[in-house]
Design a binder for this molecule. Structure first.
Ligand code: FCB
Length: 291
């Protein structure tokens, strides 16, 4: 996808206000020595979702545990949730331009987000072939542009482009199959999303995968870095976002459709994750839903 530099700058995160509560935010950060964006990002606790980076020009310096790693042109870096972010332009380089996507993965993406080369939890992949680098770059731009658009279903299209991007990256991982998610956990994630409206307790869930409730709770936390119910809550909110974006359902109906009997409680949870109430969120999309 060809973009002129003027268009590219409009995707710079400092040019508009971003919220990172959403399940997908993407941008382009062009850093030049002494420019407005020339500072180190420092997020000691990391972020709630994943971040994927691609370097387009110059070099970035990224802290991984106790050491620093250079991100060069065509390097991809994948930061999982809660892993510290400390990075900026490498002092020896005039620029560090990079594309990035912040996202909350769909459950079945999790296996594809396990990369072979890890430096202190941060995944690293280099795009050797120019053709491949072009494909990956154009997926990035597609995600960024769909994400910035206000058109109906643009968020779904952004997720779709991101899914292709993640699959393409996963195909580059020669050993990936060796470290896939525990199959009981992925089975359970599917089960939960299929039964999102039901109020299933841990005993019931544990039975589905032939584990004891406490063993399941441990295994889930170990594999997913959060509790089952925290994870389910996120899935419910994401489903609600989809419904609010693209249907005429009332807030009460959406609340029921994602498993919350009490619409007020649902609104509180929704606001906690998304940053605005379901009503405000729905308003943003109202003019786009055709009758
Ligand atoms: C931007 C950074 C980018 C990424 C996103 C989340 O400000 O430039 O590298 O960290 O925030």
């Amino acid at each position: 996808m060809e973009l002129n530099p003027q268009d590219m700058v409009s995707y710079s995160p400092l040019m508009k206000s971003f919220t990172f509560n959403a399940y997908l935010v993407a941008g382009y950060t062009p850093i030049s020595r002494a420019s407005q964006l020339d500072f180190y990002i420092n997020r000691p606790g990391g972020m709630k979702g994943y971040i994927l980076h691609l370097t387009l020009r110059g070099e970035g310096r990224i802290k991984a545990g106790n050491r620093y790693i250079t991100s060069r042109i065509n390097d991809l870096f994948l930061f999982p949730p809660d892993v510290a972010h400390y990075y900026g332009r490498a002092e020896t380089s005039e620029h560090w331009d990079h594309l990035w996507i912040y996202f909350d993965p769909r459950p079945y993406w999790l296996d594809w987000l396990r990369w072979d080369r890890l430096e202190d939890h941060i995944g690293i992949t280099h795009l050797h072939a120019p053709a491949l680098s072009e494909i990956i770059q154009s997926c990035f731009w597609e995600v960024i542009q769909q994400n910035a658009s206000n058109e109906l279903l643009s968020e779904a299209l952004a997720m779709n482009a991101l899914e292709r991007l993640i699959i393409s990256c996963f195909k580059l991982q020669p050993l990936s199959n060796h470290q896939s998610l525990d199959p009981r956990i992925s089975t359970l994630c599917h089960y939960i999303t299929e039964h999102i409206v039901e109020d299933l307790n841990i005993e019931h869930l544990a039975k589905q995968v032939f584990l004891s409730p406490s063993r399941l709770a441990h295994l889930f936390k170990d594999q997913m870095q959060e509790t089952i119910f925290a994870w389910r809550e996120k899935q419910r909110v994401n489903r609600a976002r989809n419904l609010l974006q693209s249907t005429h359902l009332t807030i009460g109906q959406v609340s029921q459709a994602v498993g919350y009997e009490d619409a007020l409680y649902f609104s509180r949870i929704f606001r906690h994750h998304v940053g605005v109430s379901p009503r405000q969120y729905k308003k943003r999309y109202e003019h786009m839903i055709s009758i």
